[in-house]
Design a protein around this ligand. Structure first.
Ligand code: GLU
Length: 485
């Protein structure tokens, strides 16, 4: 334990591409630990077994490392309070579910998914928020024992006070009061014995001696459940700090439909991690104009968690570009710059794979930039005219682009085989030849109708870059189609 005793964590769920929002929360925690001489730890919250994958977990680790947010304890390096992956901690949680049942703070619920769906539909139809109605709350102990012994599936739910409110002080929101009747009787242990997020999160924060919980504001409404669990167990609760979410310039929630949100997108485009951290860190410091360029050490010196805004951190890409440019020009030595460029080009084997595909397709090395340059470009700068040579009409191209995009999102593991299989399936479903479907994709992804093989190129570029290129292509083609679309 450090002198200050401060222990904070980032607890990502590996259910998708690592998001800049995760880097933002991780950076806050990292700076908080640094400021207080405390410890920053990484815990993987993979209680949602259907959506968590080892591939995404690896990506989270890689992305946070790329950001320079090194943790002191974590699933890859261990530590005194491990394991640090919730799916490896199942046996740790079981007795706690039992303890709550024995103390009368929780109850077994045998309601089937069908009954719960009916119940929610009825509540919705009556204009009420969906919430467990407490049917199993009144079951007699003997009946519960008999049904469990008979092997009937059940979950463990927490009891919630019938009246009053949960009052607490949040480090960002100040005094908060949430009425208990708006809090659901949360499932704590699922039928398969795995805990839900809420149960595992509280137990782990306690066992891992977390002193401050800083996370996104979307968890503010869950605090009553968490506080109640701390009380039921008789544990001291941590200090809660709920940070406002990052938003698009129009104040809408940052989402990949509007702006690229994957950390891997920014690394692939050649943003440098210090600049991204500098950009995100500016939301946590009070500085005068002209003082924006800050290293991690400077950020931690100026770090001021007392004065955070509730208004939301605007993800202003132009500001990020400006800072990134300044980092490149003002902070990197000539040698560092050269190393960065080479490291970046070789990241994820981008350059190596591009050269492998190019070797059989050129007669002079100087043809490489035209052939494979699209793999490194941050922006292809395409307009509608780029699609003019394609035989399909703009309407048809737009239909292809718009059909392909959501289909690509459903690919779990982003690789050549899965991309090819998906695009073949899309072509079949659309009743079109594969050739017709891939023609506009070629242009959208590479900027030209003659280039490296498409599926390989998409695999090399990565999901987040392809997503953005297809989105920009749709916009470019939509401008040809005119207002009727
Ligand atoms: N697993 C949660 C998430 O990914 C963590 C929330 C928390 O920090 O408590 O958002």
């Amino acid at each position: 334990m450090t002198k200050s005793g401060v222990r904070v964590r980032i607890a990502p769920s590996p259910t998708g591409e690592p998001h800049v929002g995760t880097a933002y929360i991780a950076l806050f925690n990292y700076l908080f630990a640094k400021k207080h001489g405390g410890e920053f730890i990484l815990r993987i919250e993979d209680t949602d077994a259907t959506r968590s994958t080892p591939e995404f977990e690896q990506k989270v680790l890689d992305a946070l490392k790329w950001c320079g947010l090194q943790w002191k304890e974590g699933p890859d390096i261990g530590g005194p309070y491990g394991p640090y992956r919730q799916s490896d901690r199942k046996d740790i949680y079981t007795p706690y579910g039992q303890e709550l049942l024995e103390k009368g703070h929780a109850f077994r619920c045998f309601c089937t998914p069908e009954r719960l769906t009916e119940m929610r539909e009825a509540q919705r139809a009556a204009g009420k928020p969906p919430k467990y109605d407490g049917l199993c709350l009144t079951l007699k102990a003997e009946e519960v024992t008999t049904r469990v012994a008979a092997g009937e599936a059940s979950v463990i739910r927490m009891k919630i006070p019938a009246e009053g409110s949960c009052d607490f002080t949040d480090g960002v929101y100040g005094d908060v009061s949430i009425p208990w009747d708006s809090v659901d009787m949360q499932v704590l242990i699922k039928a398969d014995g795995m805990p839900t997020y809420h149960m595992a999160n509280v137990i782990d924060d306690h066992l891992m001696k977390i002193t401050h919980v800083a996370r996104g504001e979307e968890w503010l409404a869950s605090v009553p459940k968490h506080i109640l669990l701390y009380r039921y167990f008789g544990w001291e609760q941590p200090v809660f700090m709920h940070l406002s979410l990052m938003r698009n310039a129009d104040k809408s929630k940052l989402s990949k439909r509007k702006n690229p949100t994957s950390i891997s997108y920014y690394s692939a485009l050649g943003y440098i991690p210090e600049a991204l951290m500098n950009f995100l860190g500016l939301f946590f410091v009070q500085i005068a104009e002209g003082e924006e360029l800050l290293t991690m050490d400077e950020l931690s010196e100026k770090f001021d968690p007392e004065n955070l805004s509730k208004a939301g951190a605007i993800f202003d890409i132009q500001k990020l570009d400006w800072l990134n440019g300044r980092w490149i020009r003002e902070k990197l030595s000539e040698e560092e710059f050269r190393t960065r460029v080479l490291d970046w080009a070789m990241e994820n084997e981008r350059l190596q794979a591009g050269l492998r595909l190019s070797q059989s397709r050129i007669s002079k090395l100087g043809e490489l930039p035209d052939l494979a340059g699209f793999l490194l470009k941050s922006d292809l700068g395409l307009d509608g005219a780029a699609f003019a040579k394609i035989k399909s009409t703009p309407d048809e191209i737009l239909e292809i682009l718009n059909t392909v995009q959501p289909e690509l999102e459903s690919i779990v593991e982003w690789n050549v085989e899965n991309i090819e299989a998906k695009l073949r399936a899309v072509a079949d479903n659309m009743g079109k030849k594969l050739k017709v479907v891939v023609a506009p994709l070629f242009v959208a992804v590479s900027g030209s109708s003659r280039s490296l093989p498409l599926f390989d190129s998409m695999a090399i570029l990565g999901r987040s870059v392809v997503r953005q290129r297809l989105k920009l292509a749709s916009q470019a083609v939509a401008s040809l189609v005119g207002p009727k679309n």
